[in-house]
Ligand binder design. Structure first.
Ligand code: C5P
Length: 223
């Protein structure tokens, strides 16, 4: 579908975010950014103008895409929110870190030396839900969420679709170690409010192309 997204502006968030604990440590997750980068590539190949807001990943930017690098959930949120008015479709592929340390330590946290084993508590607070901030906007774009689940995969995805007010959610079962995260293949189910489609296990690029095709067909005509 080379023209499926012609004349449309697409924003993609990808990769993990990192939340600093002290100058040398952070909290993050295992997202490689691969699926988000493939979504951006497939969208540009479908004719869209694409901006990719990426957390720290080790990936080359696909041709024809504007890339914005961010590190924290707060930076990702401001990069997304400042571009949301100009976008027709938002693919929220980023694995946003859900918690950040309540206090940022200016000095490196020292390992206690008084006892062989001691406990340490770091207080965390939740980060903002970025996709939910986008769907709460009056003039919102078409929003595609992504979810990695380990149990009750479809049921949890449907609950997120509703709670976050998404147009569609793409879900994968990360209890299967051969898919998702760092791998090059993925096996996802695309969940719309009225129906769902299970895609076959295939490369993240082919998965991205099929997601783009399904989304293009589901877009409201006025978008
Ligand atoms: O982490 P969770 O399963 O809730 O993620 C589902 C969707 O919500 C994803 O599209 C993700 O990018 C988005 N999300 C977000 N901000 C967060 C957490 C998740 O935009 N703080």
């Amino acid at each position: 579908m080379p023209h499926a997204l012609e004349n449309l502006t697409v924003l993609v968030s990808a990769g993990p975010t990192q939340e600093r604990i002290d100058p040398v440590r952070f909290i993050s997750n295992r997202s490689s950014g691969k699926q988000g980068f493939e979504i951006a590539r497939a969208a540009v190949e479908a004719g869209a103008e694409v901006t990719l807001v990426s957390g720290p990943v080790n990936l080359k930017t696909p041709d024809g895409i504007e890339r914005v690098n961010v590190r924290t959930a707060a930076e990702l949120k401001s990069a997304v929110m400042s571009r949301i008015d100009k976008c027709d479709i938002f693919f929220a592929v980023a694995a946003v870190t859900d918690f950040r340390p309540k206090k940022l330590l200016e000095q490196k946290l020292k390992r206690p030396t008084d006892q062989p084993k001691s406990e340490l508590t770091i207080q965390l607070q939740t980060t903002d839900d970025i996709v939910q901030a986008v769907t709460a906007e009056y003039d919102r774009p078409y929003v595609v969420g992504f979810a990695a689940e380990t149990n009750e995969v479809i049921q949890n995805a449907r609950e997120k679709l509703k709670r976050k007010n998404l147009d569609v959610i793409v879900v994968n079962d990360v209890s299967d170690p051969t898919i998702g995260f760092e791998g090059d293949e993925n096996q996802v189910t695309v969940v719309f409010p009225e129906y769902e489609l299970e895609l076959e296990k295939q490369s993240k690029y082919k998965t991205a192309q099929q997601i783009i095709e399904l989304v293009a067909n589901a877009l409201p005509r006025s978008t």
